[in-house]
Design a protein around this ligand. Sequence first.
Ligand code: NAP
Ligand code: SF4
Length: 666
Amino acid sequence: MPYPHLLSPIRLGPLTLRNRVVMGSMHTGLEDISDPAPLAAFYAERAAGGVGLIITGGIAPNRHGAVYEGAAGLFGAADIAFHQHITDAVHQNGGRIAMQILHAGRYAYTQGCVAPSPIKSPISPFRPRELTSAEVDAELDEFVTAALRARQAGYDGVEVMGSEGYFLNQFLVRPTNARSDDWGGDYAHRMRAPVQAVARIRAALGPDFLIIYRISLIDLIPDGSTWDEVLLLARAMKQAGANVLNTGIGWHESRIPTIATSVPRGAFVHLAARLRGEDILPVIATNRINTPDLAEDILARGHADMISMARPFLADSAFVAKAAAGQAAQIAPCIACNQACLDHTFSGKLATCLVNPRAGRETKLRYTPAPQPKRITIVGGGAAGMMAAIVAATRGHQVTLMEAMGALGGQLNLAKQVPGKEEFIGLLDWFTSELLRLRVQVHLNQRADVPDLRGADEVIIATGTAPRALAIDGASRALTYADVLRGAAVGARVAVIGAGGIGFDVAEYLATGPHHPSRDLTMWQRAWGVGDPVMQAGGLAVPQPMAPARHVTLMQRKTGKLGRGLGKTTGWIHRAGLAAKGVEMLGGVQYRAITPQGVLIAQNGTERLVQADTVVVCAGQISQRDVADRAIAAGLKVHLIGGADTASELNAQRAIAQGAELAARL
Ligand code: NAP
Ligand code: SF4
């Protein structure tokens, strides 16, 4: 049997789970709409895909504990009825599901938020109201009410959210708990609230209900919990009646990335392993685990009892079924980009997935068998073209894909060169192997034109973009980002023109050099200041940034902070990474000329030279539509997707979604 550890059953308190895979809690946004069908379909597909235990997105025990105004909660009969649809859908598909009880405390994005102490979080504009002693008691009882309602709604258990800096976690550490009553003071008192929450749930629900406690292993905030405190809490949770410890890494306000793609895979598993070594309760390992091989390895080494993966189940609902069938190469990989999931959530949009546009849209975007198989020719083997080919072939169409270069991938080939974006390599592998499996006829080194397209029932043009050239003196002296990422020689001082996603990526590539911390855990920990909670409370060490490989100046014409348009949840990581490498960032720049000495600019009315041996232009793209124009003129039935359709603000997410949506319709 493939993955014998991962796929072996496990008994957790009252439940026997079919395998050791947990789909970790994720907020999709579907929780907050009145129709339960889309959320039920989302979970049903994951249950049918074989996951052992699903944990829902965070459900608030009361309105002021909700993450934001109107966020999902379990407040009464209507909510119970909504959740019954979810649990039925999961159970009908052979799955098990626990509901996460999430009280946000001071992280609740509302005026009425409450917390152990009236101390504002650095990531929220709202100062919480301090709860009285009796109110703390009442809040904990609401955890019990939520658990009772969860059972009524058919859930197999609850996860009590005690990590990531939410309400219960806020009791544990002094920076957020300055109380002097029974809920504060020394650690024994600071941990009373989380322990009481679990103990009261157990007392009210009896032994036949799964209780998971999500414990923070490393807070990554100043004066966070020590390792001794983590162990005290873990033991107290066992006494209180928890069946299993899920693990949490870092508070949301921490300035250390914990799940972004630049975090090495399995970066925090050593902490789960250390907790498991104490033999207190079964332990679930989490964070940056995205392949069955890594998950199996963690279990085989005895580092955890179960593996939690969240975003990988957005990327592929059949992750477990494919692993079990020995088809791991077919699993669409989560590249940890956050672009379509967390960035959407934090922008008030429904979560989906860059790699899998069906995620969260199961009832709307379906890849049904084509009523009439067609001959479809696709020009361009970048992200948009490859996705269109995969979906069209899945539906039974006869697909030919023509690519002008000697390799598939288009811009993905550039992205994969960027330090911290190595996950793109796996994504490209997946695209390529799926095209092969689905028998798409791929023609490399074929610059297609009208004669090649005649005879097709449908023509899809996905020819992508070309870098925008600058119209200033000396522009021909500059390299394009594509030249640089394909390995062109670059000097010791570099000026980068344009500070969008690609400008940032190129600056990272040039300042980092060949040794990528994302591939080396020790180097990554040093660079970000990730320590050991045994040695430093909260696990914070002094960062020791790497020496930059080059001096880089990054420029844009807009005034204000560079990188504003980067991902909502990852932009700060890119900015901090470049700042640590001494990258100089200039806004409000006008480019006058590129000279042998660098770039002549004007800033605040003053001209000056930004000295550089190499100048790289990352000033956006223009669509490549020549073939499209000729095909349309020849009267062919043409569909434009990706960068060929529109280059402005194009990204892989939009390209892939557009390819999938078109192919689902043809
Ligand atoms: P972009 O994000 O649109 O940025 C283009 C940059 O070029 C801007 O800094 C713009 O700033 C500058 N620019 C535009 N026209 C110019 C001109 N005529 N002369 C000089 N400068 C000019 O495009 P991109 O960086 O090429 O990225 C393409 C897409 O890929 C984006 O949608 C991006 O989201 C995505 N992507 C994202 C990431 C990421 O989030 N990490 C990484 C790579 C790519 P000024 O106009 O202020 O000068
Ligand atoms: Fe993973 Fe990116 Fe998809 Fe989110 S959008 S699930 S991070 S691949």
